[in-house]
Design a protein around this ligand. Sequence first.
Ligand code: ADP
Ligand code: MG
Length: 235
Amino acid sequence: LQRPASALKEMLENSLDAGATQIIVTVKDGGKALLQIQDNGHGIRKDDLPILCQRHTTSKLREFEDLLGIQTLGFRGEALASISFVARLSVTTMTEGAVHGWRASYTDGVLEAPGPRPTAANRGTLISVEDLFWNVPLRKKALKGVGEEYRHILDVMGRYAVYKAGVSLTCKRQGEARSDLHTLAGASRLDCIRCVWPGGWLGGCTVCVCVCVCVCVELGWLAVGVGGVGRRASR
Ligand code: ADP
Ligand code: MG
């Protein structure tokens, strides 16, 4: 893990692997203070919570042969473990049909006592990562400013929004009503590109218009020139 955006990438992939159609990311101080990701995926079973952040623990491989046809974005069981070693990680999750959810916190890959507590929740998973690199001062110091770290986060979000067009992705700063990135569920890839790079799209159109104008002007001059030559020839 190098920066908040790399932790976010891992968690985004987990939400997508969980079949989420809506993912909301909330960020505080460029992800240094808080990185929260909420999805409406299949959730995590209570029995899996004690080992959730242990290294090499994954639910994505059941048999050896699964390695031959990997369909998920992750399968090594490293990400949550790595994050729990350098941040305060908590999870609230609820599976389909459950009457309530569970909340659990982790340190250094280990579930904190007294274990998962029942809580109200929606189907899916909410993971909060607080104080990233609190125990790795050098890494923390190497992070860039809030604005630049947030730009990295938006960059990752934008790329996944286009890659997984149709899944609704939202990214906002904590306390802000307005989101900085929002794509709609069921949106086409073109719509997602327009949404993620509105400037780029506008820029592209501007270039097209300029090229068209230049071509027309050139053709106009050509027509005038040809007309002039024609008139001189007829005289
Ligand atoms: P990997 O993705 O390689 O399996 P991770 O450390 O990223 O490893 O995640 C460990 C496990 O935690 C996953 O295999 C999955 O079972 C569970 N998990 C993590 N995030 C989610 C999520 N958002 N929804 C459902 N399950 C999750
Ligand atoms: Mg993963």
